[in-house]
Write a protein that binds this ligand. Structure first.
Ligand SMILES: [Zn+2]
Length: 700
């Protein structure tokens, strides 16, 4: 923009001539201190999405900034009083003059009124200069060259309108990269489905452009679907050591170890060229170590993607969020910010991970027998804090649960957790030690039926039998959707007579996501032109947009996205250009195979409405049933009514055959279709149910 100013023809008077070495201040309608006219961000389908309108607004403003000197030079009156205006205000007959009244009561001479002297040129210049500096400080994006014609497109393919399953694509004309490939969990209607992975159709469509997969951190909702993607499409994959180590563990399970050669271990604060982009990983603080935000330099401008984060000023490893880099990019001018909306309804700031350690101090002091601690297996710092306290209290550590064992081993191997081998014991060794010398760290904080803690609660665990002297610490919250299973776990634990430490202790768990004050900090450090809230359901991103508006982002420069929306970002506008296919594939964890959607739909039907099986032999000539039809139902009628129902269906078949036209009974297939149709109609009419109907017809 500075360069652009130099090229602009200058109609200004000599007094108001803008200094060449700094950008113009905006006209009043663009004043960032003014409240925006509307505080509703642009939404899909909203008329305001019209690119011309958005485009027009921004262009018009920029043009006018350069052309309309008078308007631009007027100081905004609510910020700084104009001495001339003061004069006229004084003599305004419509305004009550309080001084007069006071004078009357005083009865004496009017006190001499303060009359400001004329403003010196130096003061005027100083005010103007400060105003310009403030304007650029608060709107650093104005440094972005506005005539840049380059376009970048961003397409979320998972993680919007839902929690988890994060995946997105960023692309320019010639290249593209994928940000995270996460999984999510099914709801209770998806029978036999263990995990959901995003639909990769769009990635197939643009595969020749894709240069890399970029990983922000090692949570399952960001890396869980990588093996499934790599079974279809392979790309170089970039991430921090822990994220790639966790993906390597998955590749081992899926027989993809050959693909480890595609790994690129990144160093934070270093830029990596990926197609037309330069990407830097910036350290952040989250509920997993080695998590990063991204600074993405594109031909259109710089973009910051926070990924999942919170701002923990006292993290366990003392590695604070790299706010300096956010400020660095912010000061240079950021075109678009993408930021984590998970906790956007939470006022204040999310507490530091360190507060959980203090709670553990209390709980370990209170515990007289064994301590059994359960948390998310990826939360290394949480686990480490418990282990440290266990060791300090003279306890041996027993790790139980496949993912917990694997994650602790991985983080120890990478040197993130420094606890010597001598402190660990195997599960079968637990009974050999006195109760107050045992700390069990286990999976199952979400009440997962197959996890170790649930099995202990059910008295089904081979080595750990719960005793009334045990203290169970559940250092987690129920992820939405898991409330029922967590509650059922609690019931079992309480029945088992153990001491359960859960929500009664406020700081037994803290979130890994930013609350409003942290979201504001990032918005203010980056102060972007455009804002795209990510990671969350619609209400989360909507709330986050309000926070952004309060932090000076123009409401017209915010878009609320859904999965599949393709957003075009240029220096001038932000708009949705199309919708691409999205969805979920169902995965059975027993064999790591996909379950096709029609199979899941059949299971849903079976679970809701049951099944009717019909086997019948038919004489085509006589149009009669040979022998007796075999009819059985499951999940539709009670056993004692089975016979009566079967008889009704037999009658329907006989009536149909008697009245059937020749073409309706031309083949077993034709009869099956007819039978399915008439039996369905009958059941819908009499029972208001839609069971699966499977007629098998033999012709004689
Ligand atoms: Zn995360």
């Amino acid at each position: 923009m500075q360069d652009q100013n130099k090229e602009q023809p200058n109609n200004n008077t000599s007094e108001n001539k803008p200094r060449r070495d700094r950008p113009e201040r905006p006209r009043r309608s663009q004043n960032p201190h003014r409240k925006p006219k509307t505080n509703t961000p642009i939404q899909n389908g909203n008329k305001k999405e019209n690119p011309k309108e958005i485009d027009g607004n921004v262009i018009a403003t920029d043009k006018e900034v350069n052309g309309n000197t008078k308007e631009a030079k007027k100081p905004s009156n609510h910020k700084r009083p104009n001495p001339n205006q003061n004069k006229s205000h004084k003599t305004n007959p419509n305004k009550p003059n309080h001084n007069k009244k006071n004078n009357k009561s005083g009865g004496g001479r009017r006190p001499k009124k303060f009359v400001p002297g004329p403003m010196s040129e130096a003061m005027k210049a100083s005010l103007k200069e400060n105003e310009e500096v403030n304007d650029l400080r608060m709107n650093p994006w104005k440094q972005i060259e506005i005539d840049n014609k380059n376009k970048v497109r961003f397409t979320p393919l998972g993680g919007l309108g839902e929690i988890g399953g994060n995946m997105a694509v960023m692309e320019d004309e010639d290249s593209a990269f994928i940000i995270d490939v996460g999984m999510s969990f099914p709801d209770e209607t998806m029978h036999g489905v263990d995990i959901l992975v995003p639909d990769f159709s769009y990635l197939h469509a643009i595969k020749s452009k894709i240069k890399a997969v970029i990983i922000t951190h090692a949570h399952e909702d960001h890396i869980g679907a990588v093996p499934y993607l790599f079974k279809e499409l392979k790309f170089p994959i970039y991430g921090t050591p822990l994220a790639l180590a966790m993906i390597e563990n998955k590749f081992q399970e899926h027989g993809l170890m050959d693909d480890v050669k595609l790994f690129n271990y990144v160093t934070k604060r270093k830029q990596y060229e990926v197609g037309g982009f330069k990407i830097e990983w910036m350290h952040n603080t989250h509920s997993i170590i080695d998590a990063c935000s991204l600074a993405i330099e594109s031909k259109a401008g710089t973009m910051i993607h926070t990924a999942d984060f919170k701002v923990d000023h006292t993290p366990i490893d003392n590695q604070t969020m790299d706010l300096q880099r956010f400020a660095h990019y912010g000061a240079k001018g950021v075109l678009c910010l993408f930021s984590d909306s998970t906790n956007s309804h939470n006022p204040g700031a999310t507490k530091s991970e360190a507060v959980v350690g203090k709670t553990f101090d209390t709980l370990f002091d209170l515990a007289k027998g064994r301590v059994i601690m359960s948390t998310f297996s990826s939360n290394t710092h949480r686990i480490y804090q418990a282990m440290e306290r266990g060791i300090a209290a003279g306890r041996k550590i027993c790790v139980i649960g496949r993912s917990m064992e694997r994650n602790i081993e991985t983080t120890r191997r990478l040197g993130y957790v420094d606890i010597p081998d001598k402190n660990f014991i195997e599960a079968h060794e637990v009974p050999k030690y006195p109760e107050d010398q045992i700390l069990v760290v286990t999976t199952g904080s979400q009440g997962e039926a197959m996890a170790a803690l649930s099995r202990m609660a059910m008295n089904e665990h081979r080595h750990i039998k719960l005793k009334p002297s045990d203290t169970i610490i559940i250092s987690a919250h129920a992820i939405p959707g898991n409330e029922g299973s967590v509650s059922s776990l609690m019931n079992k634990l309480v029945k088992a007579g153990v001491t359960v430490r859960y929500k009664d202790f406020e700081n037994i768990h803290v979130s890994g996501h930013a609350s409003q004050e942290e979201q504001k900090l990032i918005l203010r450090l980056v102060q972007p032109k455009f804002f795209l809230p990510v990671h969350g359901e619609y209400n989360h991103i909507h709330k986050h947009s309000k926070t952004a508006i309060a932090c000076g982002v123009d409401s017209r420069n915010i878009l609320l996205m859904s999965d599949g929306d393709q957003i075009e970002i240029t220096t001038k506008y932000l708009k949705k250009v199309k919708t691409v296919k999205t969805g979920k594939s169902y995965i059975d964890n027993q064999n790591n195979q996909e379950i096709k959607s029609d199979v899941v739909e059949d299971r849903q039907k079976l679970s809701l409405d049951g099944v009717v099986n019909i086997a019948v032999q038919i004489n085509k000539e006589s149009k009669k049933v040979i022998g007796k039809a075999v009819i059985s139902t499951h999940g539709l009628v009670p056993d004692k009514e089975d016979k009566r129902f079967a008889h009704e269906i037999e009658n329907i078949i006989e009536t149909f055959l008697l009245n059937a036209e020749d073409k309706q009974i031309s083949s077993p297939k034709a009869i099956q279709d007819e039978l399915r149709s008439i039996v369905r109609k009958y059941i819908v009419r009499t029972k208001r149910r839609y069971p699966i109907i499977t007629p098998v017809v033999f012709m004689a």
